[in-house]
Design a protein around this ligand. Structure first.
Ligand SMILES: [Zn+2]
Length: 78
């Protein structure tokens, strides 16, 4: 054992979708930068995520939804 571990699937998907925790982000970014195998997995996860988004039909938003969302974000950041 040399102590080297590749990133697990959940971490790869979180990294690719931008939802990885701030605590893990520097470590994972460093690993992906130096590990071609995990970099390839991240690219695949990004491609899958993009394909899923494209497959979802456009949806008309409820009037006022944007303003309500902004207000909720502002409330949380207080
Ligand atoms: Zn790796």
């Amino acid at each position: 054992m040399n102590g080297f571990h590749h990133l697990d699937e959940a971490t790869i998907v979180s990294f690719a979708s931008g939802t990885l925790s701030r605590r893990l982000l520097p470590v994972v970014t460093n690993h992906v930068t130096h590990c071609p195998e995990c970099r390839k997995s991240v690219r695949i996860a990004e491609a899958i995520g993009g394909a899923v988004l494209e497959a979802v039909p456009p949806h008309e938003l409820t009037p006022g939804l944007l303003q309500a969302t902004i207000e909720r974000i502002e409330l949380r950041s207080r």
